[in-house]
Design a protein around this ligand. Structure first.
Ligand code: GLY
Ligand code: MN
Length: 290
């Protein structure tokens, strides 16, 4: 008996032009759904309202379903990585993390943004948000053919750790912190996974002992995050940082030159998010009956 899995998985790793277009469309539908969700983010809605908005938007755009259970996590719920309960009320002053993607003609999309419920980040939220965003951008910069799969993760991790040291949430030299794994209590997951017919798609990440090289046609996510549990007793954590969970995720297509960010149309700069939420609040058609 010869199992064909390995051969098929390798074929799925490199997307044809047709597949790339489908994945770009799936990403675009998920981006539009995020904008629709962002339009209702506020203190009087629940995580369920937002999940419903996402699903409604997918179907309006002719995607059949979600690619995985949507994660709509407000406040400390965002510190639970695969939180899917989606029933809490959004509270003024908290954040809401939305990790959601549609499936289009069997192809998955996957995108995460984190928004301030009240429309403005608190100083502590903004500190952490800007570190995660810098890590996301550093990882994307490392997404190019010829770089090995783990380079985006290494780039993101260095930025996260340097930022956490600067905030005083970790102590020591960045290289040493990373070698000891001290950052895992705030950054517990890897930065990337393959994306394709499945959200965590098949395909080896290593060939033998070494990380494999990125090649044109591969699609992967970059999704650095920082999670600071409210009751963490293992570190000196000032109150404003407690209970924050922030992740910023994009889907990346490796090209001959550099990469294409399939989810690029979704804003992620904190100023842009605040400006969009402020403009929305002043617009009469955003009035919502709850
Ligand atoms: N977006 C869900 C995950 O990557 O696990
Ligand atoms: Mn993901």
């Amino acid at each position: 008996i010869v199992t064909l899995g390995h051969l098929l998985h390798e074929q799925r790793l490199i997307k044809s032009v047709k597949e790339q277009e489908l994945m770009a469309q799936a990403a675009q539908i998920s981006v539009a759904a995020q904008y629709r969700a962002l339009a209702i983010v506020g203190p009087s809605v629940t995580e369920a309202d937002i999940e419903a908005e996402l699903l409604y938007s997918y179907r309006l755009q002719r995607a059949k379903s979600e690619a995985y259970p949507s994660i709509v996590a407000t406040g400390e719920n965002a510190c639970t990585l695969h939180y899917v309960q989606n029933e809490s009320l959004l509270l003024e002053g908290d954040l809401v993390l939305i990790d959601a993607g549609c499936e289009l003609q069997y192809y998955a999309s996957d995108v995460t943004r984190t928004y301030p419920v009240s429309g403005r980040f608190s100083p502590a939220q903004r500190d952490v948000y800007d570190i995660v965003l810098a890590a996301n951008l550093a990882a994307i910069e490392a997404c190019r053919a010829g770089n090995h799969f783990n380079l985006p993760h290494e780039a993101a991790t260095l930025v996260l750790v340097e930022g956490l040291i600067e905030l005083g949430l970790l102590q020591g030299d960045p290289e040493q912190v990373i070698a000891q794994g001290d950052h895992h209590k705030f950054c517990p997951h890897k930065t990337s996974h393959w994306l394709g017919l499945d959200v965590h798609d098949v395909g080896d990440y290593r060939l033998g002992d070494a990380w494999r090289d990125l090649m044109p046609g591969m699609v992967l996510t970059v999704e650095p995050g920082i999670y600071i549990p409210r009751d963490d007793a293992t570190a000196e954590i000032p109150e404003p940082y407690r209970g924050l969970g922030i992740r910023i995720e994009d889907a990346i297509l490796i090209q001959n030159e550099g990469c294409r960010v399939l989810t690029d149309a979704l804003i992620k700069d904190a100023d842009d998010i605040e400006a969009r939420m402020a403009a929305r609040a002043s617009s009469a058609d955003m009035t919502r009956v709850v």
